[in-house]
Design a protein around this ligand. Structure first.
Ligand SMILES: NC(=O)c1ccc[n+]([C@@H]2O[C@H](COP(=O)([O-])OP(=O)(O)OC[C@H]3O[C@@H](n4cnc5c(N)ncnc54)[C@H](O)[C@@H]3O)[C@@H](O)[C@H]2O)c1
Length: 347
């Protein structure tokens, strides 16, 4: 049976949940797509891992995934016990807000990253490092290129939507997909879904907003004004792609609430117009957990990348980018994105 070998950079909450899912002996409940590119979930193998937190470096991956500052409440992770977490790349400043939560000693590019990738046999590098690390993300992309490994960028750094970087992957006949993972049933997906449904039922969306509060390192990171703005722009662009450029929307994370841990609460408000300008409004509250909301997308995207590699595809594959990510080069509606992904990969 075909396998896909994956290296991860950033052993945070979303990776902990991914490892937990891969560790289950029985068929995991709630898997979105049983088979992608002919592969099952158990065909995903994690072969290497990088982090920059001193508490995680040198630990087996399954233990590192349950180490602070991770907040997911999990146990019995078996997958990753034979993979030691290695020191990763850091070229940017850690956000002022996250500094106290991370134990980082130095900014550097360890010399052996592409060698570790090569020696591990990794076919894909999954980038799940903290957001706001653009130079670092680019350096990981360079190392993936050097090692002949494809790249999945779950972070909001501009990688798979950067034409110059995409060109390098095309020249190396490798795949690069991203940017900024779109959670399976998170704020952006639901926001887009409701706008899509209004269109389907023939009423016109006029304006909406979505404000989130959450816990965990990633929400804390987002308290940085620059990063907040970057994430807000990505979400806005993804939402507007459902209804048109003139659509009025405000969206983004508004606060960090430590005790919420991995939970996120999103408050939405929508206004739409029907016959003779009749107004419709929706008030909605969505409570989710970030890490499990990422897992199905990661499982699907990893297997899809492998299938596309086998078919000889390279560059930023639209069907994968639009299905799994918020910021893509050729954005399309959420409904079409799922249909096209399933048509190409779900068999
Ligand atoms: N639902 C989701 O979880 C979701 C949705 C959209 C986007 N994302 C993105 O995925 C990424 C991971 O999310 P998360 O919730 O798992 O994050 P997290 O904060 O739980 O974990 C991030 C991990 O990356 C490590 N790290 C930071 N800089 C690093 C570096 N330079 N090299 C190696 N490791 C580094 C940290 O030590 C930590 O272990 C973030 O960029 C986030 O924006 C996640």
């Amino acid at each position: 049976m075909e396998k896909v070998k994956v290296a991860v950079a950033g052993v945070g909450n979303s990776i902990a949940y991914l490892l937990k899912t891969l560790s289950l002996k029985e068929e995991p409940k709630g898997i979105w797509h049983q088979k992608v590119g002919g592969m099952e979930v158990k065909d995903i193998e994690i072969v290497a891992a990088f982090d920059i937190d001193e508490r995680k470096i040198g630990k087996p991956l399954n233990e590192a995934a349950l180490t602070e500052p991770n907040v997911v409440n999990l146990n019995d992770i078996i997958v990753g016990k034979d993979v030691m977490v290695q020191r990763g790349i850091l070229l940017d400043e850690i956000s002022y807000f996250a500094r106290d939560k991370l134990r980082v000693t130095k900014k550097e590019t360890p010399k052996n990253i592409s060698k570790v990738l090569e020696d591990s046999g990794a076919e894909v590098l999954l980038l799940t490092i903290s957001s706001g690390l653009q130079k670092t993300s680019e350096a990981y992309a360079e190392q993936a290129l050097n090692a002949g490994v494809s790249l999945i960028n779950a972070t909001p750094s501009t990688i798979a939507s950067n034409l110059a970087i995409v060109k390098k992957f095309e020249e190396a006949k490798l795949i690069v997909v991203g940017d900024d993972l779109m959670s399976q049933f998170g704020g952006t997906a639901l926001h887009r879904g409701i706008l899509n449904f209004m269109k389907l039922r023939g009423i016109s969306a006029v304006k909406s907003y979505q404000v989130d509060v959450g816990g965990g390192l990633e929400s804390l990171n987002t308290m940085d004004e620059g990063l907040k703005e970057l994430k807000k722009n990505i979400k806005t662009r993804a939402i507007v792609s459902e209804v048109g450029d003139s659509y009025e929307v405000v969206t983004g994370t508004t606060d960090y609430v430590e005790f919420m841990k991995n939970r996120r609460v999103s408050h939405f408000w929508f206004e739409a117009e029907g016959l003779l300008g009749k107004k419709y409004t929706i008030d909605l509250l969505l409570t989710t957990e970030d890490a499990p909301n990422a897992t199905n997308i990661l499982l699907d995207v990893i297997r899809a990348v492998k299938h596309s590699m086998k078919k000889g595809e390279y560059g930023a594959v639209d069907e994968i980018c639009n299905f799994g990510f918020k910021k893509t080069l050729n954005q399309e509606s959420i409904e079409l994105a799922v249909k096209e992904f399933e048509k190409k990969y779900c068999f």
